[in-house]
Design a protein around this ligand. Structure first.
Ligand SMILES: Cc1ncc(COP(=O)(O)O)c(C=O)c1O
Length: 425
């Protein structure tokens, strides 16, 4: 549906819900407060009902009764087993994805690996829209390697997108690694990952994608696109829960000679031999480090089935419709109140969250949380980020969220809040 066909108002939103092929999947999630509009964008996915049951069994039976025997009853294989499920969401054949550590740590491991595979090249290319932790990791890697590398950050003309040709011009014969967020965290800009990967390969550079804001929301085809390396978190669209471990992907033909910079016993060929010398295990498992967080892994495992059952094609279809509807409402309801769109207009270049900008964005966001029953998140300097999750966000919620934002501004409710930032926004 084109933006032109939308209409404002709750009745039209209900009509969109009635046509929604994924409407019933909302019932698979815990909705503790039906009046709370959860549009956090998207730093923590909702809790699936089946995870509650799975956690009860994991805690009471597997930990409580089975105790240490759990390791031989499926815990040990969990990082690889759950990795294979995620592989299905990112277009990866078997044996290329494991769950381990945080996104930042995985980015460190794979960046160091990539740089070791391209000796003699001294350039790393990323962009100014990348998640700061990713850039910190890259800065730390270059420092660790004696400041031999130059980290080039491709600029953004509008703060929302990166011009593809400007990026291509930055990728040269000196480039060892191109590493970007597939969907950028603030504006939701979606890269053409296939085209960027191809361009990098043309000059012999490796590519490492951060899929944190795309996995589970946008179709990803790592094998088909020829991607070398990827990382991503699981607490957003994968509903893995707070602090759930991240995943990493290493293309099969790169694995044999790729060494992790962190040699831990879970990446060792036979950890329970307790050999004094490290020998990496076969395949992507060598990128594991220490004891994995089993409870989080088991929570995530049960949640992933929801996405696999819904299918990414349907998920993406609804995501585009949700974000297009929101963009329409921003234009018609919020723009007259001083809001600007902080995300791409073209749905083909947009992930599943939409940022709206307002000079009073921080205080408006506070008012929404404190008194309006809307939970977005705020990203400096003036972005209210609204995450729309196809499995549980309804069109009626999108309408209602916009209407409550309108009220906060029209009734000047935000004036009651200080401009000083809370610790976590
Ligand atoms: C795009 C992106 N990359 C990396 C991270 C950091 O992830 P972690 O805290 O798992 O290291 C985040 C966190 O939100 C993110 O959005």
């Amino acid at each position: 549906m084109e933006e032109l066909d939308f209409e404002p108002g709750p009745a039209f939103a209900r009509q969109l819900d009635a046509e929604d092929e994924l409407a019933s999947s909302r019932e698979a999630f815990v909705i503790a407060d039906p009046d709370l509009i959860y549009v956090d964008g998207n730093s923590l996915g909702r809790l699936p009902r089946r995870t509650v049951e799975r956690m009860r069994t994991a805690v009471e039976v597997e930990w409580g009764r089975d105790l240490i025997r759990g390791w031989n009853a499926g815990w040990y294989q969990a990082p690889a087993r759950v990795g294979e499920k995620i592989a299905q969401l990112v277009g990866a054949g078997p044996g290329q994805v494991v769950v381990s550590d945080s996104t930042s740590v995985n980015l460190f491991k794979l960046t160091m690996t990539a740089l070791a595979k391209r000796p003699g090249r001294a350039r790393i290319v990323s962009d100014v829209l990348n998640f700061p932790s990713d850039l910190y990791i890259l800065q730390g890697c270059t420092r660790l390697l004696g400041d031999r590398y130059h980290l080039h950050l491709v600029p953004s003309g509008d703060g929302i997108t990166v011009d593809q040709q400007t990026l291509f011009d930055a990728i040269d014969e000196q480039t060892a690694l191109v590493t970007l967020s597939h969907v950028t965290f603030k504006s939701g800009f979606l890269y053409d990952a296939a085209a960027v990967t191809e361009q990098a390969h043309e000059v012999g550079a490796l590519v490492l994608w951060d899929l944190s804001h795309s996995v589970g929301a946008v179709p990803v085809e790592l094998d088909r696109w020829g991607v070398d390396l990827a990382v991503g978190c699981t607490y957003k669209y994968l509903n893995g829960g707070p602090g759930a471990p991240a995943f990493l992907y290493v293309r099969r033909d790169l694995q044999e000679e790729a060494l992790s910079p962190i040699w831990g016993w879970f990446g060792q060929r036979s950890p329970f031999d307790f050999d004094l010398e490290y020998e990496p295990t076969e395949g992507v498992g060598r990128f594991l480090v220490g004891t994995p967080p089993i409870l989080s892994l088991l929570a995530m495992e049960s949640a992933l089935d929801l996405l696999l059952e819904a299918g990414l094609e349907r998920i993406r279809r609804k995501s585009v419709r949700l974000t297009s509807y929101l963009v329409y409402l921003v234009d018609t309801v919020l723009a007259p109140l001083g809001f600007a769109l902080g995300s791409p207009r073209d749905p083909a270049r947009r992930g599943s969250h939409v940022s709206i900008q307002h000079p009073e964005g921080y205080r408006i966001n506070r008012a929404l949380i404190e008194e309006m029953g809307v939970l977005p998140d705020f990203r400096e300097p003036d972005n209210i980020r609204l995450g729309l999750v196809p499995l549980y966000t309804s069109f009626a919620e999108v309408w209602e969220a916009v209407d409550r934002i309108r009220r906060v501004v029209e009734e000047e409710r935000y004036l009651r809040y200080p401009t000083e930032r809370l610790l976590v926004t």
